[in-house]
Design a protein around this ligand. Sequence first.
Ligand code: CA
Length: 234
Amino acid sequence: MTSALKPLILVVEDEPGLVEMLAYNLEREGFRAATAGNGEEALLMAAEQTPHLILLDWMLPLMSGLEVCRQLRRNPKSRDIPIIMLTARGEEADRVRGLNSGADDYIVKPFSPAELVARVRAVLRRTSPSLAEEVLRFGDILMDLAGHRVRRNGRDVHLGPTEFRLLRHFMQHPGRVFSREQLLDLVWGHDVYVELRTVDVHIRRLRKALNDENDEDVIRTVRSAGYAMDMKTA
Ligand code: CA
């Protein structure tokens, strides 16, 4: 999937730590993320960039999320964009108010990144089915993200969790070269201390699992730069 085809999610939240966590996890799962820190900004960005979905916090400075939601629904440019409200409030009355103001779904804080991504996919599947694609393809390699399965040429490929994330990353960015540092950051995460040569170890495992004797090696080693996923025949 090229980056222009990835669904754009607008994150509207004023708490920087949460914004960072949300954007990081969405991008890691194959979405693009745009962010707005208050309602005014959110309304502008929604009209200009027409995101595929808006994650909207209830508690925002100046204008409440509820009011932002109502205004988004009044503007023809943003009327059809699905909205998931994020909130610390769990009471039934608030839930009803949120949904009445035009939200499509509602997530109560605290939530796990996995739960959030699942809800985003569920809403997108309903509102724009082609965007919720959970299968990545590259040449003869098929990656089913939801089922956590990989097949090549009809045969099952068994990967460990790190190799799975590595492959997903390459399949989401085919042709692009990533340095070992970038791969550590993007696949292992920001706060993990791992030696650079660990990347080589997992690339080796990924190659071994992916390539049968007659298969083309799709992982290209770029000397002194890193790795990329390429295929002559793709
Ligand atoms: Ca907030």
